[in-house]
Structures are given as structure tokens and as C-alpha cells.
Write a protein that binds this ligand. Structure first.
Ligand code: DGL
Length: 262
């Protein structure tokens, strides 16, 4: 039996990556892990979150022995990516980091914004990305304490008010010396679920950069392709660390074709 591809996030955000990964790796089976017992990660103290991630992965890697482990969460990977690789050298990790490099390559105005959780915004990793790849740009970091939870609520069918959403992302829209922000990096995997709302409420059109496809492509490069006869036909599975997701979340993952693991 072939080994599955593991995708990990604090909640449902990694589903935006799963969507792309399935297109590129149709012959593979997936295990999706939502650490909903720890959600949201954005406000966690760094050492405590790192310890939690190391202990969760110890268990998950032992349990599923994945071909690759995709950390589909900026908040987790910018904090603990290097520690995970050092602690589990036998595992291939694919990480998620703010797409600052592609944004710097594409911007015309030189004004880029990075919309992320407060955790990702304060990481040394994020500052290093800016210094290495976007030193010629003006990069506005916008840490939203609420958007990840709002994305979860939205996807569960709850109504969000325009003012509440606007309050979380309006800092992304900057004007300086006649130039305007033209790219907003969606540096939290939850945010692509809200991109249509962002588009509708944005004061001017920008490019909303969603890294999901690039992450899936990187995973595909590292996962050997199986021919049709060896394709893994097991259903894709989902694990919630709380063991008790609410009804709407269960229905959502079922809609994504994920079966609960008991
Ligand atoms: N989806 C996660 C990310 O990419 C974080 C959401 C959260 O737990 O706050 O950063």
C-alpha cells in the first residue's frame, strides 16, 4: 500500500491547498489534519506553539507514515518549519510561507501588503523574507487577529458584516507618492475562502496572491507519481484533534470528500 500525503493546518485553511493537491496528485490518498483543539494559532505564544507542533507531528508521523507532510499553515511553518525538519529528518516536509518573493517580482507600484495572522506578521522568518526578496519594495504587514475565525464562520454558513471584514483588511490598502498597493499576499491559508468578499469590499482592484497551487506543485515534485494500477484508492481521511468538530464543520469536510478517522 502506498503512503498517503499528509496535509496539516490549525483548521480548515489547509483545504484550500488540498483542493489543488488533489488535482496534481489524483493517484494519491490524503490525510487531512485540523488541529482544531489549538485553533486559532495566530495569538499563541511562540514556545508553547512550537512544543505543541513538535508533539503533534511526532504522533501523526508515527501514525500515518506519510510520503510527504505538507504544513499548510503559515503561522505554524514560519515558526516551527526548521525545528520539524530537524526533529524528523526521515520525513519530507513541504512548507507554507508568505509569498513575498513572487509578490516582489510581480508588483508594478512597489507597494505590497501581506495579510496574515498576528503570529506570522511578527515572525523573524517573515522579516527575513522581506529583507532577502523585497528590499526594493514597501511591504506593509497586516496582522489580523480575527480573519481566520471569520473565514471558518463564513464557510460554515454564518453571515459576516462588511464592516467587520473591512476592519480586518483595510490596512492593506496603502497610497504613497501617487502609487497604490497592487498586490496583497494572502499569507494565511484560511483567507482564500474570503477572497470574493475581499474583492467586493476592496477600495481598488489588486492582485490577491494565493499560494495554494504553488504549495501543491512543490508537493507534487517530491511525491513520486504512481501508475494507474498502483493508484491509492483509499478514501481521503480527516482527523480533528478535538475529536469533536461541530456539525457544520463535519458537513463541510464531507463535502470535500473526507471521511472521519476513528
Ligand atoms: N491557516 C493558518 C495560516 O496559514 C492559521 C490560522 C490560525 O490558526 O490562526 O496561517
Amino acid at each position: 500500500m502506498s503512503r498517503p500525503v499528509l496535509l496539516f493546518d490549525s483548521g480548515i485553511g489547509g483545504l484550500t491547498v488540498l483542493r489543488e493537491a488533489r488535482v496534481l496528485m489524483p493517484e494519491r490518498s490524503f490525510v487531512y489534519v485540523a488541529d482544531d483543539a489549538g485553533f486559532p494559532y495566530g495569538g499563541w505564544e511562540e514556545e508553547a506553539l512550537k512544543a505543541r507542533l513538535l508533539s503533534l507531528f511526532k504522533d501523526l508521523l508515527h501514525r500515518f507514515d506519510p510520503e510527504v507532510a505538507v504544513v499548510a499553515c503559515n503561522t505554524a511553518f514560519t515558526l516551527a518549519g526548521a525545528d520539524l525538519r530537524a526533529a524528523f529528518p526521515g520525513t519530507v516536509f513541504v512548507g507554507t510561507v508568505p509569498a513575498i518573493k513572487p509578490a516582489a517580482e510581480r508588483t508594478r507600484s512597489g507597494l505590497i501588503s501581506v495579510l496574515a495572522t498576528p503570529g506570522t506578521v511578527k515572525r523573524a522568518y517573515t522579516r527575513d523574507l522581506i529583507q532577502s526578496f523585497a528590499s526594493q519594495c514597501h511591504v506593509q504587514l497586516v496582522g489580523s487577529p480575527k480573519l481566520a475565525s471569520m473565514a471558518e464562520a463564513y464557510i460554515r454558513g454564518e453571515t459576516l458584516t462588511d464592516d467587520d471584514v473591512r476592519a480586518e483588511f483595510s490596512g492593506c490598502f496603502q497610497e504613497r507618492e501617487g502609487a497604490r498597493t497592487d498586490i496583497v499576499v494572502l499569507a494565511c491559508t484560511h483567507y482564500p475562502f474570503l477572497v470574493n468578499v475581499f474583492r467586493r469590499l476592496a477600495p481598488w482592484p489588486v492582485d490577491w496572491l494565493d499560494p495554494a497551487e504553488a504549495i501543491a506543485r512543490q508537493a507534487r515534485r517530491l511525491v513520486p507519481a504512481l501508475d494507474r494500477l498502483k493508484a491509492d484508492s483509499r478514501p481521503d481521511r480527516v482527523v480533528f484533534t478535538s475529536d469533536a468538530p461541530d456539525f457544520a464543520t463535519r458537513r463541510l469536510v464531507q463535502g470535500f470528500g473526507l471521511s472521519p478517522l476513528v
